[in-house]
Design a protein around this ligand. Structure first.
Ligand code: 6R9
Length: 566
């Protein structure tokens, strides 16, 4: 029997208050998310239980108990306090998937700071833009990524402290301090910052169509939703070995790769190594992974490798599989049944929703290709894109709308009230995705309602890419769109008009691609560049990405009445 039991019964009976009570949230005045992910598990007698099994790319394995999480996160909290950081300060974690990343995340919350997790793969521009927007006070990083921080530091007056968690003996520069989590003085007890349910906790940056990346701000009580969805959707149980393959630079890696897992008091495993089917299967076999939360791109890569590597490993420990980030093709669900004897369960949510809002639940009939049904406590509907009124006819495509008010919902876009306000229409939160509902209430994803590119489950904003492209000396104008790709769903394609005096060439293409990879990230790098004489624009001067995109996808071009006449 799954944790959720009967979906229909839960749907009827569930209230968020119940989830709050089940977690003991707010009991004895305790609201700190960091506390719920470490100290609380120790208080209920599980301090010696393994919380994290970490494996590095060389195969080295390290284990941390809940007592370790509690004590080491105390050390981080103390360090930050001793260096003058205050509750509410934005503190960035910028590291590969090393134990310090996961544990400092809790430490920051325990001293009352707002954690800003960023992908370590980010280049200087991507990093600088987000640190500047959040007016980040401190950043925790490693030697490997320190160069990037140093190169942008002079442009970030608010960034007063850089903490290097693997500094070793080599000297650091002014304003940088070395800190070794394992060598630091152990703090059994600290005063955990007093927060309320609405105190800001995590600031996650996500990409939009226009403008800069937006910081979705979450609050401490998000843990109520993250814990109950971990239990009911991911079906995690006390003895599970849980593997969430997401990087904490992405919301999946924090909501379910840190918070949901540890608030549930289970053992989670982390692999800090690149992808290969063999490596992944060997990891599952070695650690006896039971619950596996991954993404369609990874699943498609595994499918590409076929059944051969599957048969070479013992994957019998797997009990429940789930996926998030992009549409999970029906084919992938059927293949996983064949390969692992279990289907992947699709789940749908966003940085802004903070936790899973639509999903296929364990025990419920899976319809391959459908995202499933709303989580109990979430009211979801398909809305008319003009009136924002619910469409009650089966099969009609409209916008996904959610009734605001669940605990893990974002509370604002940092410094960007205008964009935040636009996300609400007629009393609904507008996700920005299109879908339909079938006669049994299952949601079928159709596409995004904007130009944001979803590559390998990661959202990349065209604006950010285009802005970086324009900084290249040869580029006069550019447009970035998503182009279909069998593995990554979409990859970035850039259309570029060159400045006079520059001629198109293979070498120039390569140079521009690498330029973006270095400045932004490997994901933002265009996989293809098409040189054009000019870009299609609307009369108001907006680049018509929709037109370029339709060409790539072989779709109808639709209304082009606002296209500028040359
Ligand atoms: C958690 C996360 C959110 C956007 C979302 C949608 C796409 C996520 C999906 C899915 C189809 C699914 N998306 N899950 N599309 N089926 N199961 O992904 O957060 O990075 O903010 O992306 O991703 O377009 O709006 P985030």
């Amino acid at each position: 029997m799954s944790n959720i039991g009967s979906y229909e019964t839960r749907l009827r009976d569930f209230t968020w208050k119940m989830a709050e009570e089940e977690l003991g949230y707010g009991k004895d005045g305790k609201y700190n998310l960091g506390y719920f992910c470490s100290d609380r598990i120790c208080e209920i007698g599980n301090g010696t239980k393994v919380a994290l099994v970490w494996e590095g790319f060389t195969g080295e394995v390290r284990r941390y108990t809940y007592d370790d999480l509690r004590i080491y996160s105390n050390s981080f909290a103390t360090l930050l306090r001793q260096n003058g950081l205050l509750p509410g300060d934005r503190i960035c974690v910028f590291m590969d998937r090393i134990p310090e990343l996961y544990i400092s995340f809790l430490g920051i919350l325990k001293m009352g700071g707002i954690v800003q997790p960023l992908f370590s793969a980010f280049g200087e521009d991507a990093l600088a833009m987000r640190l500047e927007d959040a007016k980040t006070k401190a950043i925790l990083t490693t030697r490997k990524h320190l160069g990037k921080v140093r190169r942008i530091r002079s442009s970030l007056p608010e960034l007063s402290l850089v903490i290097v968690v693997d500094a070793g003996e080599k000297p650091l520069e002014q304003g940088e301090i070395a800190f070794s989590m394992e060598k630091a003085v152990k703090n059994e007890h600290i005063q955990i910052a007093t927060v309320g349910p609405e105190t800001p906790s995590v600031l996650h940056y996500t990409s939009g169509t226009t403008g800069r990346p937006k910081g979705a701000l979450h609050v401490h009580s998000s843990v109520i939703a993250q814990a109950i969805t971990t239990k009911w959707v991911l079906d995690v149980r006390p003895d599970d070995i849980y593997w969430c393959t997401a990087d904490p630079g992405w919301v999946t890696g924090t909501s379910y790769g840190i918070i949901g897992a540890w608030a549930s008091g289970i053992t989670q495993v982390v692999l800090d190594a690149g992808f290969s089917a063999h490596k992944w299967y060997a990891f599952i076999e070695k650690h006896r992974v039971t619950v596996w939360y991954s993404a369609p791109t990874a699943i498609r890569l595994l499918m590409k490798e076929g059944l051969d590597p599957v048969n070479k490993h013992d994957l019998s420990s797997l009990r429940h599989l789930a996926s998030v980030g992009e549409p999970l093709n029906a084919e992938a669900v059927l293949w996983s049944e064949k390969a692992y004897g279990k289907p992947f369960h699709d789940s749908y949510w966003q940085t802004e929703t903070g936790s899973i809002v639509i999903s296929n639940y364990p025990g419920m009939k899976i319809k391959p290709g459908s995202m499933g049904k709303p989580f109990p406590g979430i009211t979801a509907a398909i809305l008319n894109p003009k009136t924002f009124e619910p469409i009650n006819t089966v099969g009609t495509v409209g916008l996904i709308g959610l009734k605001p008010g669940w605990p893990s919902m974002f509370r604002m876009y940092w410094n960007n009230k205008e964009t935040y306000d636009k996300k609400f229409q007629n009393g609904w939160y507008i996700c920005g995705d299109r879908s339909s509902i079938d006669s049994e209430g299952y949601f079928w994803f159709v596409g995004r309602d904007d130009d944001v590119i979803n590559t390998a489950g990661h959202l990349v904003g065209p604006f950010e890419i285009e802005s970086a492209l324009l900084e290249h000396p040869a580029v006069a104008e550019s447009a970035a769109v998503g182009k279909p790709d069998p593995i990554n769903m979409e990859v970035v394609k850039a259309f570029i008009a060159l400045k006079p005096g520059f001629a198109k060439s293979e070498d120039l293409s390569m140079e521009i691609m690498n330029y973006i990879r270095k400045r932004l990230s490997p994901l933002a790098m265009p996989q293809e560049i098409e040189f054009v004489d000019s870009l299609p624009k609307t009369r108001s001067g907006k680049i018509m990405r929709r037109l370029l995109r339709a060409k790539e996808w072989g779709e109808e071009i639709g209304d082009i009445s606002t296209l500028e006449n040359d």
